[in-house]
Design a protein around this ligand. Structure first.
Ligand code: TXE
Length: 487
């Protein structure tokens, strides 16, 4: 049976690249090829930019209320199509239906709804200067590039398109080559909602197409989600044409559990922060610091719940709450980290191997894995694994754990569990991280700005703060009297 071929989405429709050059996309839960995708070649790239310029001429001239209404229609369509879109995310990512059906589309639609609501609030200001005065205008940047990672494909496309389009910009978006479909569905929905052609174009391909976006001199801004190493390349390339950048990069975040924490709540957090989306979440709290007093209860219950409550298998099976890793290469990378943990002296107390569930025998699964007796210099403690591998460390006191938690070049997220409210805020305020949770972990409502400190990123996504990243301020000085001049 011949495979479906998906294409690039340019100017409100699918456009063939003319050469038929395609790449394969694999279903991580079966190891089978799902479909083919035509790569964006030079013709597609040129068409994408020409189309974006035409789209910008129309979209930026609309009023904010007109843009808001159209974006709200897209929100309604996303929510109507939630289950179809969620199934697509499961096909592309291998994540459980249980998650995708309630998180991925919902959080993407929420972001578009949030920024559509903010669009009409974008305003400048005015101040008198003697008889004269000046005013400012918040103007769109023009063509913005979005480059997505593979763990939340549709959500990432929404989180980048929402503020960009709300501010009157247009976007050329490149999804990860591992997960091309979500962005295409978003593009279709934008067109159905009345977004003018060229306002949201989707180009397909690997890092080479991404690199092209970062170098193009008619692209004003790049919003990137991906690994730290890639992020530094993106920012260096963007510098050549002085693009604005938003960088949402990797992390190796601390989750700190004090002796007085509610132990069941803290275990829920540790499992969410390491096993939800089979550990493929950038903000994951993968360094779990447990104070020595609570440690025995914590570990005993954690291992019990990990062994009894995780259902690994066919991600479309509603009973499954733990899916496949994105690719065979990534599965191997995670298994290699597990071997390093063992060889460096950590104690394996759960998982530590690949899984072959009966209902998905050919998928790329790794068992939920827990290491204890970890030390700070181990590679499983220092490096982002981006898989279901939890490193548990113990600590004596607050000062010690704060120093150790911050002892990393990364700074994406941090979590603290304690019943002592002053200690909770005192500790979190000292965390060198941009996304923090107290007695919670992972919640990321559209109202809350998210982004990293240090090497985990630049700028924010979501939150009203983000509007500033998608407009530029023009100041206009108005002379109301004869212009004085010495000449
Ligand atoms: O990243 P990659 P992946 C991070 C997560 C992990 C990584 C996993 O922590 O580190 O993303 O995603 C394109 N110029 N986050 O493996 O390999 C590539 O084609 C331009 C953080 O996908 O960096 C893909 O589309 N583009 C995040 C994208 O970059 C290039 C939340 C990412 O690829 C390129 C989710 C180049 N030179 C995941 N090379 C957060 N902080 O919110 C590759 N690409």
């Amino acid at each position: 049976m011949s495979l479906v071929v998906h294409q690039n989405y340019i100017h409100g429709q699918y456009l063939s690249n003319g050469t038929g050059e395609t790449f394969e996309v694999i279903n991580p839960a079966t190891g089978q090829i799902s479909y083919l995708v035509e790569v964006a070649n030079d013709e597609i790239k040129q068409a994408a930019i020409a189309s974006a310029k035409q789209g910008f001429a129309v979209w930026s001239k609309m009023t904010a209320m007109e843009r808001s209404r159209i974006l709200q229609k897209a929100v309604a369509l996303l929510r109507e199509q939630n289950d179809v879109l969620a199934a697509i995310e499961v096909l592309d990512t291998g994540k459980p239906w249980q998650e995708a059906s309630v998180v991925d589309v919902v959080t993407g639609a929420d972001a578009i709804e949030f920024f559509a609501g903010l669009a009409p609030s974008i305003e400048g200001n005015q101040q008198p200067v003697g008889d004269d005065f000046y005013y400012t205008r918040r103007e769109p940047l023009g063509i913005c590039a979005g480059i997505g990672a593979w763990n939340y494909p549709l959500q990432i496309a929404c989180w980048k398109a929402a503020p960009a389009l709300a501010c009157g910009n247009v976007m050329v978006f490149k999804p990860s080559e591992e997960t091309p479909l979500g962005a295409l569905k978003l593009a279709e929905i934008f067109t159905q909602a009345g977004v003018p052609d060229g306002v949201f174009n989707v180009v397909q391909g690997d890092g080479r197409v991404g690199a092209w976006l970062t170098l193009h001199d008619e692209i004003a801004k790049v919003s990137f989600t991906g690994e730290v190493g890639t992020g530094t390349k993106v920012m260096a390339a963007a510098a050549t044409t002085l693009k604005e950048v938003t960088m949402e990069l990797g992390g190796k975040s601390p989750l700190i559990i004090f002796d007085d924490a509610d132990v069941d709540n803290a275990i829920s957090a540790a499992m969410l922060a390491n096993f939800y989306t089979q550990g493929e979440i950038c903000t994951n709290g993968t360094r779990v610091f447990v104070q020595k007093g609570i440690y025995p209860r914590f570990i005993q219950k954690l291992v019990e719940r990990t062994q009894n409550n995780i259902v690994c298998g066919d991600p479309m099976d509603e009973a499954t709450n733990f899916g496949a890793l994105i690719s065979q290469a990534h599965q191997q990378k995670v298994l290699e980290y597990i071997e390093q943990g063992k060889s460096q002296g950590a104690t394996l107390v759960a998982g530590g191997h690949a899984l072959t569930p009966e209902n998905a025998p050919n998928g790329y699964f790794v068992a939920p894995t827990i290491f204890t007796d970890c030390s700070d210099e181990m590679s499983i403690v220092k490096e982002e694994i981006f898989g279901p591998v939890m490193s548990v460390l113990t600590f004596d006191d607050e000062a010690e754990v704060i120093a150790r938690a911050n002892d990393t070049h990364l700074g994406l997220a941090a979590g603290v569990f304690t019943q002592d409210i002053t200690r909770a805020h005192r500790v979190i305020h000292q965390m060198q991280a941009g996304i923090c949770w107290i007695n919670a972990y992972g919640a990321s409502p559209s109202e809350m700005p998210v982004g990293g400190y240090k090497m985990s990123g630049i700028g924010r996504e979501n939150g009203s703060e983000t509007l500033k990243a998608y407009t530029q301020i023009k100041a206009v000085y108005v002379g109301m009297t004869t212009l004085e001049s010495p000449f």
